[in-house]
Design a protein around this ligand. Structure first.
Ligand code: SF4
Length: 333
């Protein structure tokens, strides 16, 4: 039996605007196994969120190429009705700002119960009981009272917990978490991550964790996918990626993380900005920001290749022989 849950192959999601075509996701392969937590990292505008929204068929962009298979189903060929049956049931999503998915006009209980009634076919009373049980599970105090509260009556951290309760209410196979802790203060962040880890362990839910926070990745993920300019540039298990990052972009992201040692020095930041999608003129998309760029990098685009088992990188440095690469890197330092 296959262990694969989500299999995205060669995905291209483009936006057609008055100013031209924007290739937000440009040939991405992502695989998530059952029960696995995979971090998708990169700066804003690198295509992380559009990839996840495309997986749920919630993007206004157009899929121009590729395939998305979820638990054996071809997502791109499903009808709206079939997609509605999957969303909120087998595949659920939580966002950075809970108010984007909680409706201010309905009570928390109504919103959690709705998904339970639709997908699990519970009656009103049983659905409310399950909503209360879910609020208790995400450690909301006084769940019997909070179930009748409106979103504005809860704090940011409580709203995020309520959203997780809603997302997990039907035991989804995949939870897509888009910057779930970015808007929260540090102590609440840690509590929410603990909670997600516990829920994942008890329900074997796979998590696609979209974040720019490498601390979250180190704590939560089994595997990491680094995206840049709508493409995957590196992929490895979490330990390998932190210990032996290969792509100059990944190395830059890791160097930018503040640490106790870096407190006395100026914080490192990758020079330049993420390119505006559609503005690239061929070559490696990272070349304008890369300290190691070579002539070939401006002419050809590197492709994602294995540098070690299960460690993939798209960078010409790893196509040089070892001595050439060392000489080149030393000369550019
Ligand atoms: Fe830098 Fe060239 Fe590697 Fe791109 S391919 S990351 S420009 S060395």
């Amino acid at each position: 039996m296959s262990n694969s849950l989500l299999d995205i192959k060669g995905l291209k999601t483009y936006f057609y605007t008055d100013d031209g075509v924007i290739p937000a996701v440009d040939g991405v392969d992502i695989k998530i196994n059952k029960g696995e937590t995979v971090g998708i990292v990169g700066e804003s505008g690198c295509g992380k969120s559009v990839t996840s929204l495309t997986a749920m068929q919630l993007t206004p962009g157009k899929v121009v190429e590729g395939s998305i298979t979820f638990d054996g189903k071809d997502i791109l060929s499903l009808s709206d009705k079939e997609l509605r049956e999957i969303r909120g049931n087998e595949m659920a999503m939580i966002f950075q700002e809970p108010m984007t998915s909680l409706n201010p006009l309905f009570t928390i209980g109504n919103q959690i119960s709705e998904a339970i009634r639709i997908h699990l076919k519970y009656d009103k009373k049983k659905a409310k009981e399950r909503a209360i049980a879910m609020l208790r599970k995400v450690e909301i105090p006084r769940p019997e009272e909070v179930v009748d509260d409106y979103p504005h009556q809860l704090s940011g951290g409580m709203r995020q917990r309520a959203m997780i309760a809603m997302a997990m209410a039907c035991n989804p196979k995949l939870l897509i978490a888009d910057e779930p802790t970015t808007a929260l203060d540090v102590t609440i962040q840690a509590q929410i991550l603990d909670l997600m880890r516990d829920l994942k362990e008890t329900s074997n839910t796979a998590i696609m964790m979209i974040t720019h926070d490498l601390g979250v990745v180190a704590e939560m993920c089994d595997r990491v996918i680094v995206m840049y300019a709508g493409k995957v540039v590196e992929q490895a298990d979490v330990k390998t990626l932190f210990k032996d990052p290969k792509h100059p972009y990944t190395q830059g992201l890791l160097k930018s993380v503040p640490s106790i040692e870096s407190m006395e020095k100026r914080l490192y930041s990758i020079k330049g900005n993420v390119p505006i999608p559609g503005s690239l003129k061929g070559g490696c998309p990272f070349a304008p920001r890369c300290d190691f760029a070579m002539d070939i990098c401006r002419e050809k685009e590197p492709i994602l290749k294995d540098v070690k088992e299960e460690h993939l990188v798209s960078c010409f440095l790893y196509e040089l022989d070892k001595e050439e690469a060392i000489n080149h890197v030393t000369a550019t330092r």
